[in-house]
Write a protein that binds this ligand. Structure first.
Ligand code: 13P
Ligand code: SF4
Length: 315
């Protein structure tokens, strides 16, 4: 077991020690790894994750690991992306209800209609989508590489799906014209510019860093905008005395446990989908080898092209 001292209260560590020990034993027995997104709770993030990161890092790790089983401590599209990249591996998600408001905002049929409406315009699709939508796309992106991916195409115009706010952020960083869809993240769209101004007023000198899924007026108030991994690197590098991470709230808990000289002001917008994943759920998943994520071969093959093309773009 990792050292959770100082990350969680002693009484909580004592309570979860048996389940962590069981997960570790099952990982060995099943030749499994736990991949954890930065939004997982600290008991998962610091207690049982073998590999941790943002969506881009998790996709790369899924493609590279030699484990036989991947347990995705994240949401469904992340597990699907892992399966698309590693079809020979068993990919498990502890709770099938761990979805994403962005992934729900668009279907493969919507993409086909957009292609009819804008013939010849390439389709760039955020990984927060179903395999079906990825299969209809030219290339995928994450919040960590979206600008580089859009510019890699050498086109004057792209269709950017499905996050309208990430799309607008990309448009503000490039000369390429961006055609938007109307999707949004139910967690990040709740932040307001007024709220960010109040952090600055209440905590003079605070640095405000935000995820690009936030609305444009929120991003305009931020000192830095980046993916979850980009935000973590920014804090590790700049070591501001005080910071607010304008994103899902478990991330501050995870980073605060490792960057102890920085004070974190913690607004709490939880992602209900990410929070479906629990330590007990991970144990159950490994015990019973459930829930296996499968992607039909024909869809997986087309989706793999779009994801692999993304992985070849280096920001
Ligand atoms: P990142 O790729 O920045 O980790 O974002 C994933 C996500 O779901 C953000 O809400
Ligand atoms: Fe989807 Fe938003 Fe939750 Fe990320 S935080 S999984 S984008 S709903």
């Amino acid at each position: 077991m990792r050292n959770l001292a100082g990350v969680l209260p002693d009484v909580e560590i004592a309570a979860i020690t048996p389940v962590i020990a069981e997960i570790e034993a099952l990982k060995k027995e099943r030749r499994a790894v736990v991949l954890a997104h930065n939004y997982m709770t600290p008991d998962i993030f610091h207690g049982v994750a073998d590999l941790r990161g943002d969506s881009l890092a998790l996709a790369r790790m899924a493609a590279e690991t030699d484990a036989e089983v991947i347990v995705m401590a994240g949401v469904h599209f992340m597990a699907e992306t892992a399966k698309i990249l590693s079809p020979e591996k068993t990919v498990l998600i502890p709770d099938l209800r761990a979805g994403c408001s962005l992934a729900e905002s668009i279907t493969g049929a919507d993409v086909r209609l957009l292609r009819q409406r804008y013939p010849g315009v390439p389709v760039v699709t955020y990984v927060n989508t179903s395999a079906d939508v990825k299969a209809e796309s030219d290339i995928c992106c994450t919040s960590g590489n979206a600008v580089a991916v859009v510019e890699s195409l050498g086109a004057d115009r792209v269709i950017f799906l499905p996050d309208q706010y990430l799309g607008r952020w990309v448009a503000s960083q490039t000369d390429v014209d961006v055609i938007l869809w109307h999707g949004s993240c139910m967690v990040h769209e709740r932040f307001t510019a007024e709220e960010l101004r109040s952090y600055r007023k209440d905590h003079p000198g605070i640095r405000v860093i935000a995820h690009p899924e936030c609305p444009p007026d929120v991003l305009a108030e931020a000192d830095f905008v980046g993916s979850t991994a980009g935000m973590i690197s920014w804090v590790e590098k700049n070591r501001p005395p005080r910071v607010v991470m304008v994103t899902e709230c478990s991330m501050s808990d995870n980073v605060a446990a490792e960057v102890r000289d920085v004070e974190f002001v913690r607004p709490c917008n939880l992602c209900p989908h990410m929070k479906r994943i629990t330590l007990a759920g991970i144990a159950d998943s490994l015990r019973h080898m459930r829930h296996e994520v499968k992607v039909p071969a024909a869809i997986a093959e087309r989706a793999r092209r779009a994801v692999t093309r993304m992985l070849e773009v280096r920001p």
